[in-house]
Design a protein around this ligand. Structure first.
Ligand SMILES: C[S@@+](CC[C@H](N)C(=O)[O-])C[C@H]1O[C@@H](n2cnc3c(N)ncnc32)[C@H](O)[C@@H]1O
Length: 249
């Protein structure tokens, strides 16, 4: 599938996506991923940040609220960038761009780059890794949230005849490539790759892997988000905290 088709899928998805993203209660984000993503980003005060695949800009706004000097959000999908611009506050800026090719940005111009559920959408996520490495200042960090490779292979639950979820199906794990899903009533494409491939690609790009987080929830959080009960059983997502080490070009 080529970039234009992939882009059209996101354009088709953009209206329900923007609506959902702006609901206060967005369990996957507010209940599960935002907290470990912010923890992985650490103290962002005064940093120059870039968000690859920023969608309608929610994480850029969160970084702006936490004191970044500036954050640039890039997304391939025009309606997402239009929506992001409508809520821009001054520290956050947005631009339509393909994050696999960011030659319009200068080397070593960011302290922090985030990718919040975007690499699974990229046919060439390794190009994104190389570009982010180039764009980061030495010592800068790349925080990537992605679909967990164990889940992006198939993802569905095996259910008993009465519908009870028995276990997640892991199959075709080494059969990397396109997967078709339906989200918010719209059919769209993701890419599955093995954990080994992701890790190797970060190392090949030059990054040091500082930590890997498999987000889950506590019993306390479950009371607030009962719909996230599956997240206590099997991880859906994975977060990589990567660093471009000082002294490396
Ligand atoms: C799952 S959404 C995540 C959006 C946002 N990061 C968030 O957390 O709400 C993935 C986003 O990546 C964008 N995207 C897909 N392919 C892209 C590409 N090649 N370059 C830039 N953005 C892309 C889509 O338009 C979509 O907004």
């Amino acid at each position: 599938m080529n970039t234009n088709h992939l882009k059209q899928e996101w354009i088709d998805l953009s209206t329900p996506w923007i609506k959902k993203s702006r609901e206060e209660r967005n369990p996957t984000r507010t209940g599960l991923l935002d907290k470990p993503m912010l923890e992985a980003c650490g103290d962002v005060e005064g940093l120059r940040a870039l968000d690859c695949g920023c969608g309608e800009g929610r994480f850029c706004r969160m970084l702006a609220e936490r004191g970044v000097a500036s954050v640039l959000g890039l997304d391939l999908c025009e309606p997402m960038i239009e929506a992001a611009n409508q809520l821009a506050s001054g520290r956050d800026e947005y631009r339509v761009a393909d994050v696999q090719e960011m030659s319009f940005l200068g080397d070593e111009s960011f302290d922090l780059v985030v990718s919040y559920l975007n690499q699974c959408d990229l046919p060439d996520y390794e190009a994104n890794n190389r570009e982010v490495y180039r764009l980061l200042k030495p010592g800068g960090r790349f925080i990537v949230a992605n679909l967990h490779p164990m889940r992006s292979a198939v993802g569905a639950w095996h259910r008993s005849p009465d519908g009870t979820k028995e276990h997640v199906i892991v199959d075709k794990y080494f059969d990397e490539g396109e997967r078709q899903w339906v989200m918010l009533g719209v059919r769209f494409t993701n890419f599955h790759r093995s954990l080994e491939r992701y890790v190797r690609s970060y190392l090949n790009a030059g990054f040091r892997i500082e930590s890997i987080v498999e987000p889950t929830i506590t019993e306390e959080e479950l009371k607030l988000y009962p719909e996230l009960d599956d997240e206590m059983r099997v991880p859906n997502f994975i977060i990589f905290a990567l660093r471009k080490e000082e002294g490396r070009g």
